[in-house]
Design a protein around this ligand. Structure first.
Ligand SMILES: Nc1nc2c(c(=O)[nH]1)N[C@H]1C(S)=C(S)[C@@H](COP(=O)(O)OP(=O)(O)OC[C@H]3O[C@@H](n4cnc5c(N)ncnc54)[C@H](O)[C@@H]3O)O[C@H]1N2
Ligand code: MOO
Length: 407
């Protein structure tokens, strides 16, 4: 099988994926960052009454046209406690922010603009115009109005609007369910004391975090040894949970102990493609087990992270009705790059801001795909297309952002 170009591999993966249609109703706290499955129609009008925007006095603007007018204070309207009388000429009602404006009043005079002569009498110091400091009923939205559309991701602002529109539950699409299976006899979980020839199985945590960032519900099936039966049991465990995606970590290459592909094939997986013209990440495998997407990520930590960014992230976005995060940008090279070979290269690199405010990028000298320390220090990946010619410092190159500068 020849090496597949990255973009073609991404397209083939996405062509097979369709957004999840299952809908569930969840409480508002659970709804944060989820995607709306139906329009949200307001159940009430907001504000539900003409409301004061300030602390002061509700009155008739005509009474306050001339500063120095004395008005009788006939009552009080506070938030949650309306005044149910009528404001007539020559009278005012003490009012507080958020309180209903009493009948008859058409404006609110700031308390700073009034002199309190006695508990029942004020003198106006400034004129006030009609409607001043009053939030009209329905100014924000009205009952029956569509305030949010299907497909909206419920960020903090939209969630607050949905709550204000009197919804305590919201219909959202089911999150994509992702099972993670790390394979390798050498792997032990973090926190213990690795024996001779053992290393820490770390990739799961990064891939899980990336999947969660992209809206997934993650099931970590732990570490399984390089053993067909053990891998098969993990596949069955994933299937029992009806996951949408199974991600394996390691065992994707061609060694005698790389058993992932053969075990999945024996379990019925239809292989879509294997081996991509990219570095790192060449042995990436993609297939389908029934309706479940299978992503076999290489074991080298940087390879699995880069494959996660390039393949798992857009897949989860598609399944979850979201646009894939746009990580693409450009930067000015701070140091030259040599010509590239046939694999699309993703060079770990650091960003800085140049003297004219331009974004400058410096690639790390060492690019070994096992080096997580360098990857974690990288702000971006410089993209080097297959056979890209050498580039001089000062030229602009495409990059893929890993995080915002300074984070
Ligand atoms: N003869 C060839 N050998 C290799 C090729 C090839 O084309 N021909 N490809 C190389 C490339 S490129 C990569 S990438 C690796 C990936 O191989 P595998 O996916 O089979 O990965 P493993 O062999 O299982 O592991 C590689 C490396 O990563 C460590 N590892 C594995 N899982 C984890 C984990 N969950 N957390 C942390 N580290 C992990 C593992 O111990 C190995 O050191 O194959 C090359 N070989
Ligand atoms: O493609 Mo591998 O991921 O170079 O180490």
């Amino acid at each position: 099988m020849s090496l597949l170009p990255v973009e073609e591999a991404q397209q083939r993966l996405l062509d097979r994926a369709s957004p999840i249609q299952d809908i569930e109703a969840v409480g508002l706290h659970q709804a944060a960052q989820r995607v709306l499955a139906k329009d949200v129609v307001s159940k009430l009008t907001q504000p539900p009454f003409h409301a004061s925007a300030m602390d002061g006095y509700a009155l008739r603007a005509a009474d306050a046209a001339e500063p120095g007018t004395e008005l009788e204070v006939i009552g009080e309207s506070a938030a949650g406690h309306a005044f149910d009388g009528m404001v007539r000429t020559g009278t005012a009602v003490r009012i507080f922010t958020g309180a209903p404006v009493p009948d008859g009043a058409d404006s609110v005079l700031l308390q700073e603009d009034a002199e309190k002569l006695s508990p029942r009498c004020i003198r106006t110091l400034y004129p006030v115009s009609t409607g001043r400091h009053i939030r009209p009923r329905g100014q924000d939205f009205t009952e029956g109005q569509t305030v949010l559309n299907v497909g909206a991701k419920l960020d903090f602002a939209r969630l607050t609007l949905a709550a204000a529109a009197n919804h305590d539950q919201l219909p959202v699409y089911r999150q994509p369910r992702v099972a993670l299976i790390a394979t390798g006899d050498e792997l032990v979980p973090p926190g213990g004391k690795p024996g001779p020839s053992q290393i820490i199985g770390s990739n799961t945590f990064g891939v899980a975090a990336l999947a969660k960032d992209n809206g997934a519900d993650v099931l970590d099936l732990g570490i399984v040894p390089d053993d067909r039966d053990a891998i098969h049991r993990a596949i069955e465990a994933a299937q029992a949970k009806n996951v949408d995606v199974i991600v394996t970590l390691g065992g994707a290459s061609v060694g005698d102990h790389d058993l992932v592909q053969s075990t999945f094939l024996a379990a019925g997986m239809v292989l879509d493609f294997w081996k991509i013209a990219m570095r790192p990440g060449k042995p990436l495998m993609v297939g389908n087990l029934g309706t479940t997407h299978v992503l076999g990520l290489p074991g080298n930590p940087v390879s699995s992270m880069v494959c996660g960014l390039l393949f798992l992230e857009p897949l989860l976005a598609r399944l979850g009705h979201l646009p894939a995060p746009n990580r693409m940008s450009t930067a000015v090279l701070a140091s030259p790059l040599k010509e590239n070979d046939r694999r699309q290269d993703y060079l770990r690199a650091r960003l800085s801001i140049g003297p004219s405010g331009e974004r400058r990028v410096t690639s790390f000298e060492k690019q070994d795909s096992s080096m997580m320390n360098i990857f974690a220090q990288s702000d971006c990946l410089i993209i080097r297309p297959p056979h890209a010619p050498a580039m001089a410092a000062g030229e602009t190159c495409p990059i893929m952002l890993l995080r915002d500068i300074g984070h």
